[in-house]
Design a protein around this ligand. Structure first.
Ligand SMILES: Nc1nc2c(ncn2[C@@H]2O[C@H](COP(=O)(O)OP(=O)(O)OP(=O)(O)O)[C@@H](O)[C@H]2O)c(=O)[nH]1
Ligand SMILES: Nc1nc2c(ncn2[C@@H]2O[C@H](COP(=O)(O)OP(=O)(O)OP(=O)(O)O)[C@@H](O)[C@H]2O)c(=O)[nH]1
Ligand SMILES: [Mg+2]
Ligand SMILES: [Mg+2]
Lengths: 276, 293
């Protein structure tokens, strides 16, 4: 009889537990397991076969990597955004170091004018990365800092502008509006800017990551995700849920606190981590 | 909401006096999804539901409640029992001052901000706290604590470029004794529970200053990893309390249950904003309502 092979329910349950523990969330985990169970009935899959089927189902969620879209005239402008403490400042420094390594001129923009010592923190990183920092005093309007930086970058024909923003919870409408304003100010100064809006998501984040991505998309349009702290034990499964729901690519992963601890997103390595 | 989902499942039970197995299984499945969506750890969910099942099958349906209300009540009571034990807002103090308290946790969870908040809280209850910036790794970490401490009139230990957190913590205690501060709050660097060298360093800080409180500062949006990270920190140091931060967001906060279940350590305070005043004792019943959605 077609499609009536016995299914190893214990193995399936174990795989579902792995996906849940990886923060895939119950909806996505049950969808993936459901499809794998169907396949198992048809093809008679055992332990390793089941694991492989789960891996394939997850891997299929990621299309082949497209490079970032080309930029017209003027600097490529990237905004780095996200909730508090996710790793934005550290990530923006890592990105600056990469630009420098790739032989492109780059300036960092200290647009977190709110949090204590945020500008000092980025200034230290700029020094270590050997890149220039545009900043104003604490308490200045972040959009004004962005504006000044872009004006200078255009005049000096700088290749890349990387903007560090203040951490903000997506539930705070005034802070989300501020982000929208920064984006519009950038667009007025450099047509097509911001070319990237990277949402920094901490790999330890649970299902709230989805709500973060939805709100940040509404406020400023997310073009990519950076999944940080993947050097810990968390697997960052919520990033897959974000990608599935919003179609936004995971561009980079943070794997440590040093300047070169940033990797291009590798879907195979990521999926291996989810399946365990 | 969970109550509405339960109403649907228990419609078939109207008029019955006991809750039957098969309808209960449907209800438990629904509760399981709700708790997983709220980021409660998969193993903790399993343990909780087992207790709920046992209680639900053993009870007569109270005349005043529908079967659905009964099950929701049992779930609510189980969660509240788990979270409510131990006294929120209550800190231990040393019989001979200064009382030393360490703030520990993963990177970015809110330790530095919480150190200032706790200092302000203690100052408000008539104590004299000294903030000690023992994070020598993160760029401008010391400056961050100095600035936020100053903003609320708290004294921050000055150290002349010392690079050893153990020495800094010790100097904090010496300064407290010298100048009459009765509490010493040590802000430590964020670290991974799997970083042996840094976990050992924290152990050495603990041995050097014998804290009465070791507070694990955890982000309310943490997912399944909460059990692992809190468990390892507890195993390594013996935590005395949890501070859950960023509760002003909309994370359901299931990590609270996971951490409590995994370590048995009480949640003492919550952070509800970036300002030093946005800090309050933990309310277990409010947390349960938030988790159940
Ligand atoms: N282990 C690890 N730690 C990281 C990683 N990325 C950032 N961190 C650490 O996370 C902490 C917070 O990083 P920040 O860059 O200050 O985070 P942020 O998002 O800018 O924080 P706010 O501006 O306060 O919202 C720091 O201790 C960083 O060193 C990573 O990939 N791995
Ligand atoms: N909205 C909100 N933000 C918070 C809360 N607690 C801390 N933050 C923010 O979270 C970010 C990280 O806080 P820090 O105090 O730097 O965290 P940390 O644990 O000291 O970070 P590391 O030292 O790098 O490990 C900052 O932007 C804080 O303002 C809170 O309760 N609510
Ligand atoms: Mg920052
Ligand atoms: Mg800190």
């Amino acid at each position: 009889v077609l499609g009536s092979k016995a299914v190893d329910e214990d193995a399936i349950e174990e795989l579902e537990a792995s996906l849940l523990q990886a923060d895939l969330g119950p909806a996505l985990a049950s969808e993936v397991i459901g499809r794998v169970r169907e396949r198992a009935r048809k093809d008679g899959l055992d332990g390793e076969g089941l694991r492989g089927a789960v891996r394939e189902a997850l891997r299929a969620a990621f299309p082949p990597a497209g490079g970032p879209p080309a930029v017209g005239a003027g600097p490529r402008v990237s905004l780095v955004v996200g909730v508090n403490g996710g790793g934005k400042t550290t990530t923006v420094a890592k990105l600056a170091a990469r630009e420098r390594l790739a032989g492109r001129s780059v300036i960092l923009v200290a647009a977190d004018t709110f949090r204590a010592a945020a500008i000092d923190q980025l200034a230290t990183w700029a020094g270590r990365a050997g890149v220039e920092l545009v900043k104003q005093r604490e308490g200045a309007d972040p959009s004004a800092v962005v504006f000044d930086a872009l004006r200078a970058a255009r005049q000096r024909k700088i290749d890349t502008v990387l903007v560090d923003t203040a951490g903000r919870l997506h539930t705070k409408s005034n802070l989300m509006a501020e982000l929208g304003k920064m984006s519009r100010v950038a667009a007025r100064e450099v047509p097509g800017a911001p070319h990237d809006v990277l949402l920094v998501v901490d790999a330890t984040t649970g299902q709230n990551g989805l709500s973060q991505a939805q709100e940040f998309t509404r406020a400023a349009g997310i073009t990519g995700v950076v999944l940080t702290k993947l050097d810990g034990t968390a697997k960052g499964g919520v990033a897959l849920a974000i990608h599935r729901q919003l179609g936004v690519p995971i561009r980079y992963v943070g794997v440590g606190e040093g300047l070169d601890d940033l990797l291009d997103f590798d879907p195979d390595a990521y999926v291996d981590g989810l399946v365990g | 909401s969970l109550s509405e989902r339960m109403q649907g499942i228990f419609r078939s039970l109207s008029g019955q006096v006991r809750i039957n197995e098969s309808v209960l299984s449907d209800a438990l499945r629904e509760i399981r999804v709700a708790l997983l969506e709220a980021d409660v750890h998969v193993g903790v969910v399993r343990a909780l539901l087992e207790r709920v099942r046992a209680k639900a099958l053993g009870e007569e349906v109270l005349r005043s409640l529908s079967p659905a209300q009964m099950v929701v009540k049992i779930v609510r009571d189980e969660l509240t029992d788990l979270l409510g034990e131990g006294e929120p807002g209550r800190l231990k103090f040393a019989s001979r001052p200064p009382s030393v308290m360490l703030l520990v946790g993963l990177q970015g969870s809110g330790k530095t901000t919480t150190a200032a908040k706790l200092g302000l809280w203690l100052k408000g209850s008539g104590r004299y706290p000294l903030l000690v910036p023992a994070d020598v790794y993160r760029p401008a970490a010391i400056e961050q604590l100095v600035r936020v401490g100053k903003s609320v009139g708290l004294k921050v230990l000055e150290h002349a470029g010392d690079l050893d957190p153990v020495a800094i913590a010790r100097n904090g205690v010496l300064e407290a004794r010298r100048s009459g501060y009765d509490t010493v709050l040590v802000d430590t660097a964020g670290r991974l529970h799997i970083d042996d060298a840094l976990m050992d360093e924290l152990g050495r800080v603990r041995s050097a200053v014998e804290p009465v409180e070791i507070l694990f500062v955890a982000d309310a949006m943490t997912g399944q990893d909460a059990v692992r990270s809190a468990g390892e920190f507890h195993r390594a140091l013996g935590l005395t309390g949890i501070v859950l931060t960023k509760l002003d967001g909309d994370a359901r906060g299931g990590a609270a249950l996971s951490i409590r279940h995994a370590t048995g350590v009480p949640i003492k305070f919550v952070g509800v904003g970036e300002r030093p005043s946005e800090f309050e004792p933990f309310h277990p019943d409010r947390m349960v309502g938030r988790i159940l959605g």
